[in-house]
Design a protein around this ligand. Structure first.
Ligand code: HMG
Ligand code: MG
Length: 288
């Protein structure tokens, strides 16, 4: 493993703050994004251009995206559910987009008010806008292991949705354990199924840490060749439409894990720890 490197995608400003009880001030979100870039994070999901009625915590998406900074070497991305979101995100300066669907019909409907097939249809116009703007689009597959409404999800269901997103033109698929109940064994089976439809270079791991097994799941996915993993500073977050989903995997833990293995992250751990403390003090459920 030594000599290898990993890309860490920071999703705290979006996946973290979308589920915090307190509404973090826009200025604090911008300060957070700036500090994350200072700590060496090169991929930062800054906000979500979703309906403010559905996720009020992301209602200031326009101001956040416009103010996020344009530091060279840092990709600031935005989560979008449809054409309206994509248009607004690009107008606000997003240089990468992320669409999201699920491997479970019930979750997809609760989260975005449509079926999986309808969500893929919605993304077609997002892809057209992204291509015109020359920006890449990541595709999230939620409930890649468990669904809060349907229970265990089969690896084949995940692989099929991943294949649809790739066919659409996504450059990366984030296999997402939304509930954080997965085990390394089930993670490996799910990743293996996805690898039958996509190369490891196009897959990323997005693990929530509800059961404390996210690092073990990352290690299982790493063994199968994945080299991109998501973290949320201070372990902020969860999904408002996934009851029972606690925090995301903390970026600090992810960085510590890879450093222990001698794998370069490009991230300054002391600075990252300071950011984690800073944001924890401004949210209700951040790791203290
Ligand atoms: P809908 O109500 O079916 O949408 O919601 P609609 O098309 O009928 O429109 C209703 C209203 O929403 C209209 O406004 C639209 O203009 C507006 P009105 O005319 O009533 O005033 N609208 C929008 N406003 C802002 N931005 C938009 C937008 N689109 C429509 N983009 C919709 C459908 C998809 C919009 C809604 O369900 C939604 O916003 N859902 C987002 C839910 C969400 O953000 N969940 C959390 C993120 S996913 C996640 O956390 C999982 C992930 O981390 C991976 C993992 O861990 O699994 C990615
Ligand atoms: Mg998530």
């Amino acid at each position: 493993m030594a000599g290898d490197s990993v890309i860490i995608v920071e999703v705290g400003p979006r996946d973290g703050l979308q589920n915090e009880k307190v509404q973090v001030a826009t200025q604090d979100k911008l300060a957070l994004i700036g500090q994350l870039a200072d700590a060496g994070l090169s991929h930062i999901e800054a906000t979500a251009f979703v309906s403010p009625r559905w996720v009020p915590q992301m209602a200031d998406h326009d101001a956040v995206m416009r103010g996020a900074g344009r530091r060279p070497g840092v990709t600031y991305s935005a989560l979008v559910p449809n054409e309206k979101g994509a248009e607004a995100a690009l107008a606000a300066g997003a240089r990468a987009l992320a669409v999201f669907t699920a491997a479970s019909e019930s979750f997809c409907r609760k989260n975005t008010n449509c079926s999986i097939a309808e969500s893929i249809e919605r993304f077609r116009s997002v892809m057209v806008l992204a291509e015109r703007a020359g920006v890449p689009v990541r595709g999230y597959v939620s409930c890649a292991l468990d669904c809060p409404y349907e229970g265990e999800v089969t690896p084949e269901a995940v692989a099929a949705v991943a294949a649809d997103l790739l066919a659409l033109g996504c450059n990366e698929i984030a296999l997402s354990d939304t509930l954080g109940r997965g085990t390394p064994e089930r993670t490996a089976a799910m990743v293996e199924a996805a690898l039958r439809r996509a190369p490891a270079t196009m897959l990323a791991g997005h693990f929530h840490d509800t059961s404390g097994r996210a690092i073990a799941n990352v290690a299982a996915a790493w063994e199968l060749g994945l080299r991109v993993f998501d973290g949320s500073v201070s372990g902020l977050g969860g999904c408002p439409y996934a009851p029972g989903a606690a925090g995301n995997l903390a970026t600090e833990r992810l960085v510590a894990h890879f450093e222990t293995k001698g794998i370069a992250t490009g991230i300054d751990r002391a600075r990252l720890d300071a950011v984690a403390e800073w944001i924890a003090a401004r949210t209700a459920s951040g790791a203290q």
